[in-house]
Design a protein around this ligand. Structure first.
Ligand code: RIB
Ligand code: CA
Length: 306
């Protein structure tokens, strides 16, 4: 008997690696995507919303999309158009989106979706945590009906912005602080793990053969600067989806995460891995991923869409 689908909300900033995550999540038999919310990050919130609507239309899915915050809570937006292109999804000429965004803010849409759900919702942020932080600050009652947060973000090792901070927590460290202090269970799939989760030429040549879906991703991958075709393209965000459907791909540990709010390491996620400074934990962090099994998982799930 097929297990009940897991109800999720994905908060996203497409972003080419977000596009891989959304494509698999929208089509996976284990997941019920109740709502997609967008936020400024890789590119501005207008573009991340447009890109999300284009993907929902491309896959002909009836999933609501709500636009969220245009900038981080306290600091200016620093985007990563250098990685994803000016549009955020350079390389493929998507048909105009048929879907339209809801006329309510993402935070309101999340609140309504969570409070109406008969089953606890899993939040899947794969971008800066601005919307999530505002949700918890404005509507703390929503925490009672959230199963957990499974996020791509943070890092237990080097950053990809300053030496220590991963992009999603770097963009809005204050929002990250609010979320990690919220008391809501968190699974952090960090940069140290996702940077090893690459698609090599071998997988990319297979994906190319998957009809229009394959052509779309092959075209996007020619423009994606998260890694390279020679060393492998880093599939950061889809790791959070892989954790939802196949958690056995990951090695994890419970710990306490603090967020550096300013200075040269602003946005860093500092883990008390030996629990020397804290009595309680606030996150499960991923330490490792089975790379060949992950690569096979991505190829298999993209092939199934086609
Ligand atoms: O550091 C990687 C993260 O930043 C991914 O979510 C990518 O899409 C960018 O947002
Ligand atoms: Ca992202």
């Amino acid at each position: 008997m097929l297990k009940e689908k897991r109800p999720i909300i994905i908060d996203t900033d497409p972003g080419i690696d977000d596009a891989v995550a959304l494509s698999i999540a929208l089509n996976h038999p284990k997941l019920d995507v109740k709502l997609l919310t967008t936020v400024a990050g890789n590119v501005n919130a207008h573009k991340t919303t447009e890109n999300t609507l284009k993907l929902v239309s491309f896959f002909d899915k009836q999933v609501p999309v709500a636009k969220g915050c245009d900038k981080p809570l306290l600091i200016q937006l620093e985007d990563s158009a250098d990685i994803h292109g000016e549009s955020g999804m350079d390389g493929y000429d998507f048909p105009e989106a048929i879907a339209k965004a809801l006329d309510v803010h993402a935070v309101e849409a999340m609140k309504d979706c969570i409070l109406k759900s008969t089953e606890p919702i899993t939040l899947v942020p794969i971008a800066a945590l601005t919307n999530i932080a505002l949700l918890f600050s404005m509507y703390p009652e929503t925490k009672q009906n959230i199963k957990e947060i499974v996020m791509m973000g943070g890092s237990l090792a080097r950053g990809n912005t300053n030496t220590s901070a991963e992009f999603n927590t770097y963009v809005d460290p204050h929002a990250a602080q609010i979320v990690f202090q919220s008391g809501v269970p968190i699974v952090m799939v960090g940069l140290d793990v996702t940077s090893t989760a690459v698609l090599t030429k071998n997988e990319i040549e297979k994906i190319k053969e998957f009809g229009e879906v394959g052509n779309m991703f092959y075209s996007l991958f020619q423009h994606y600067r998260g890694g390279s075709l020679q060393t492998g393209l880093k599939m950061h965000d889809v790791c959070a989806i892989a954790y939802l459907t196949d958690p056995e791909l990951f090695t994890v540990q419970e710990t306490f995460i603090e967020i550096a709010l300013d200075g040269p390491a602003a946005g860093a996620t500092v883990a008390d891995l030996k629990m020397k400074y804290h009595d309680t934990t606030n996150a499960v962090v991923c330490l490792d991923i089975d790379i060949p099994a992950f690569q096979q998982w991505v190829v298999l799930n993209l092939e199934k869409i086609n």
